[in-house]
Ligand binder design. Sequence first.
Ligand code: PMV
Length: 316
Amino acid sequence: MPAISAKAPGKIILFGEHAVVYGQPAIAVPVTQVQARAMIMAEPRLPAGSVRIQAPDIGLESWLTDLPEHNPLAMVIHQVFAKIGIDRPPALTVRIASTIPVASGLGSGAAVSVAVIRGLADFLGHRLTDEEVCALAYEVEKVHHGTPSGIDNTVIAFARPIFFQRKPEGNQIETFKVAKPFLIAVGDSGVNSPTVLTVGDVRSAWKADRERYEYLFAQVGALVQSARQAIESGTNNRLGPWMDQNHALLTEIGVSSPELERLVAAARQAGALGAKLSGGGRGGNMIALVTTETAEPVCQALRQAGANNTILTTIQ
Ligand code: PMV
């Protein structure tokens, strides 16, 4: 059986993080400059049922049976076997490699899950739909992120710009047209900030003052709706001031940090049309709307202001 390889992109949230957990819409886009890759190889010399996992980036080499039940890779693999209805898989190795920085808001965990789900299912002769891949990846996100909205696994499974809204009757997931491509610079603050912590802190703050937080979330939601219209109609420059406003709201929500503030200010000073933190906050990444002329100066300014990595990505 030939080896099968599957990949999944990173992602950024353009508008709406945190408020999305409370039912407001959000917009997320794939970042193809970074990716997770899973390779599945048959091991005809090993007995059936032997599943080996290799993730050299994180120094992991293990048999599936030796991993704890809640290990994310073990969970993903068991989920695929259960979905396909396989008790005893053919002997195989799952090898994982990823260029997506971890715990920085680029969706590394969800991307690894999606790549493994796709690769393993294909290897076992089952082509899963994007919806099925998304649902399986969400099960793993739930265990590791507390109360995830589901936006990460969704944008990564669909690998297209998405408008996402959590709803009790089932999430609204819409892929939508980008009328005119635009450029986003991503700056990594280098501060490791697990999303589960910021999401938990926002929940405590919301519980203490629901009225204020609901008001902040509603303002974020209104920006998301406007942003979608601008992206669909190609009036991209309007996004800049809305990114600034979304950032100000996230600061009020309590998830900015001195490092992120420094990067956002540096991007604006170097000519970005707007800038905001992206993802869970308190660390991780920020994003800036740039043009072909301002892209390089903004990336340079971000590095000078302390970004340990920058990525330039075209949203299309
Ligand atoms: O995974 P991150 O850091 O991009 O954050 C996800 C966005 C949040 O809205 C903060 C949480 C969620 O589950 O939607």
